[in-house]
Design a protein around this ligand. Structure first.
Ligand code: HEM
Length: 286
């Protein structure tokens, strides 16, 4: 075994404090949930809560791994790519634990779990997303990259967008009425996809500031409209009232506001980056 390939070494085989910190951080949500279990911090239905915690972190890690590309461009920090693979693998591991706890909650009756996956559409969708994540995790190694060739490997790994979409649908369907986080995620997903489209249009590594800012506003608008449509269909709530709720804090911070602030902050960071974190000429050349 080549020990230099362990997660705390960089591609040159040198110890990387950054990779080590990210690697350790990936364990934190899981350890907190596992430790909370015997301590009784997971509420009246600890198994259900543990399923939710691992599900939440699976989708969050998928989104963080999708955000690495735009973040690398905005921050002009190529080394961010070093941690994308381990975040993707962590998403898969959390997803598998999510499934295993679900099976535990079903008294380890795997036949029952399989029939539920076939019969309940939100589980079928979640399972398809998990299968996709497993394929990406297995083929994420340098060996598989060589075997498939760079182009085919990249093509295969683009299914991460479909996986994120399936994961979001699974999240939305099971959330029933508490759609706050799924709606935020849908807005951010739109923004990430649009940023990806922009880098294709303008060439890799380019994300003009005005396009990022426009996409932030568009993502927030679509999030607000999406939320109003959802509450209209699910609860018969008047479209204009739900839209207007975005203009006050009476019903809490609405998803569209979160999307605008979060993605707008990235655009602002891109604008200020040159001052906060000047790129040295040697870095530029790299
Ligand atoms: C990549 C794959 C998956 C992702 C990203 C994912 C994500 C999630 C998320 C975010 C939640 C909601 C947590 C919350 O409300 O706080 C959830 C709930 C749940 N997921 Fe998944 N999941 C995936 C796959 C699966 C699979 C394969 C199964 C089982 C076959 C499954 C079973 C469940 C169950 C039972 C719930 C809770 C439903 C309830 O409480 O009514 N998930 N999942």
């Amino acid at each position: 075994m080549n020990f230099r390939k362990l997660p705390w070494f960089d591609y040159a085989g040198k110890f990387s404090p950054f990779k080590t910190a990210v690697f350790l951080a990936l364990f934190v949500p899981g350890i907190i949930t596992i430790v909370s279990f015997p301590l009784g911090y997971l509420g009246a239905r600890p198994m259900t809560q543990a399923i939710h915690e691992f599900g939440d972190w699976t989708i969050r890690f998928i989104f963080i791994s999708l955000a690495i590309s735009p973040a690398r461009i905005v921050l002009q920090w190529p080394r961010l790519l070093d941690v994308r693979r381990m975040i993707g693998v962590a998403a898969c591991v959390y997803g598998l634990v999510h499934l295993v706890i679900y099976a535990g909650d079903e008294s380890w009756d795997w036949a029952m779990v399989a029939s539920e996956i076939v019969l309940r559409i939100y589980l079928t969708i979640g399972f398809a997303a998990l299968l996709g994540l497993a394929v990406l995790a297995v083929t994420s190694t340098d060996g598989w990259q060589r075997r498939l060739g760079a182009r085919r490997w990249q093509k295969l790994h683009r299914i991460v967008y479909a996986i994120a979409l399936l994961a979001m649908i699974h999240f939305c369907i099971q959330s029933k009425l508490d759609e706050w986080e799924p709606i935020v995620m849908a807005g951010i997903f739109f923004w990430l996809m649009a940023c990806r489209g922009i880098t294709w249009r303008y060439g890799r590594g380019r994300l003009p500031l005005w396009t990022m800012a426009s996409v932030s506003v568009l993502a927030a608008l679509l999030t607000a409209i999406g939320e109003a449509v959802y509450f209209g269909i699910a609860l018969g709530a008047p479209f204009d009232l739900v839209l207007m709720a975005n203009l006050s804090l009476e019903t809490g911070v609405r998803p569209a506001v979160v999307v605008l602030v979060a993605t707008g902050a990235v655009a602002l960071l891109a604008a200020l980056r040159g001052w906060i974190w000047p790129v040295k000429p040697r870095q530029k050349a790299a």
